[in-house]
Design a binder for this molecule. Structure first.
Ligand SMILES: Cc1cc2nc3c(=O)[nH]c(=O)nc-3n(C[C@H](O)[C@H](O)[C@H](O)COP(=O)(O)OP(=O)(O)OC[C@H]3O[C@@H](n4cnc5c(N)ncnc54)[C@H](O)[C@@H]3O)c2cc1C
Length: 382
């Protein structure tokens, strides 16, 4: 009897699992991928897409040919429940599916529900198709009739800063092309702490503070947003900030439905996994990427971890399906972050180090393009 391996979510780890199963198939394993979206955006290139440096296809992994290469069945659906006792997954639009081994790589999304009004009025950076639809509509509107607009980003992490700078670059270019004064557009960044990029070193923080000033981005720091109305938001210290477009890039949270599954979760609702990326409560369930919380290591939620977990996850899923011993995965303590500024320029940040320049952007571009090429059939080893 073939064993059932069910992959939920087409995130950065599962694309590597699919690639590895395509390169070395398991004859006795039936592989199924269920993912809400057909196209997985590669987060490292997303700001470059918004800035107009890349086309849609450059920055998205198409799960259909990848699943096909791996001999996997692909169901485009959202999972919103698990029946762990019966080893079943409950998708939204399909009948429940049973598994022998289950792996979850469903990512995380900015939490909007904790701030009244944010869910109604703000656009989260994830899911990215929602952001993209809103972005294309905004581009279209501005192309037809340029009007005065304030574009506000809540969240001063790398994702928020990169996306705001990328949007600014693209929109100002659009204004110049049409002979419209680019002063019509205002850009604001709202951060809870004193400076943006709080998890990076002081040099990187200073670099971006200066850059934001030079680019005319209004920085509202120490601003804890407590409520959002249709065209303004309010902060804990009494500030009211007006906006036309509101983007939300705060701390990522876990899918709420996980709380009802019986899986062991951490305080923020992420799945607690051991060094094998297996759930500490249900060893036949694995998790990787943002949704996983490694009990022995505290790490920032970042795509690099999801990518690096991919090979280990693939090996351990294979081993587990054959009841063989699993290998330990140890995440790196520090990782290199390459933060782009929208104008083919980037800042590299690792621990206390930083470098910047257009060469950093070209370096990032090469790494990113090489990464994307790995997931376009025909696939090649390793
Ligand atoms: C603008 C931006 C820029 C970023 N830049 C960087 C960067 O340069 N470097 C870096 O390390 N990190 C970066 N990040 C963070 C990075 O995006 C995440 O850490 C990374 O995407 C996590 O990968 P993942 O594989 O866990 O999940 P994701 O890439 O989010 O993939 C989740 C997948 O699961 C699917 N899914 C979700 N819910 C369900 C469900 N219920 N049922 C079925 N399928 C589901 C989705 O459709 C998707 O296919 C950035 C984030 C943003 C928003």
């Amino acid at each position: 009897m073939a064993r059932e391996l069910l992959l939920v979510g087409g995130g950065h780890s599962h694309v590597e699992v699919l690639r590895r199963f395509a390169l070395a198939p398991e004859p006795d394993v039936r592989l199924t991928l269920i993912s809400r979206d057909r196209f997985t955006p590669y987060s490292g290139m997303l700001p470059g897409y918004l800035a107009g440096h890349y086309a849609f296809d450059d920055v998205h992994i198409d799960l259909v040919p990848l699943a096909e290469a791996a001999g996997a069945r692909f169901l485009r659906d959202s999972v919103d429940g698990l029946d762990l006792a019966a080893q079943r997954v409950i998708p939204h639009d399909h009948s429940p599916l049973t598994y022998d081994r289950l792996s979850l790589n469903i990512g995380a999304s900015p939490q909007l529900t904790s701030v009244p009004g944010a869910a109604e009025h703000a656009t989260p950076l994830k899911p990215i198709d929602g952001l993209n639809a809103r972005w294309l509509a905004l581009l279209e509107r501005l192309q037809q009739r340029p009007v005065r607009k304030t574009i506000m980003m809540v969240g001063g992490g790398a994702g928020g800063v990169e996306v705001l700078l990328a949007m600014q670059q693209r929109l100002q270019h659009l204004c110049r092309e049409r002979g419209v004064p680019d002063g019509l557009l205002r850009f604001c960044l709202v951060t809870r702490g004193p400076r943006p990029l709080a998890t990076h070193n002081a040099r990187v923080q200073r670099h971006f503070s200066r850059l934001l000033t030079r680019r005319g981005v209004a920085l509202h720091s120490d601003a804890e947003v407590v409520s959002v109305d249709a065209d303004q938001l309010h902060t804990a210290d009494g500030r009211t900030l007006a906006y036309n477009e509101l983007l939300w890039a705060t701390q990522a949270g876990a899918a709420a439905w996980l709380a009802d599954t019986g899986l062991a979760l951490d305080g923020a609702g992420f799945i607690r996994v051991d060094d094998h990326l297996a759930s500490i409560s249900h060893p036949h369930v694995f998790a990787a990427g943002d949704i996983a919380s490694m009990v022995n290591y505290r790490r920032e939620k970042a795509g690099v971890h999801a990518v690096r977990q991919g090979p280990a996850l693939a090996d351990n899923l294979r081993a587990s399906l054959h009841d063989r011993p699993l290998a330990r995965y140890r995440p790196q303590r520090r990782h290199l972050a390459l933060i782009s500024t929208g104008d083919r320029y980037a800042v590299a940040s690792r621990g206390p180090w930083s470098w910047s320049g257009d060469w950093v952007w070209r370096w990032k571009d090469r790494i990113d393009r090489r990464f994307m090429a790995r997931y376009r059939p025909p696939l090649t080893a390793p």
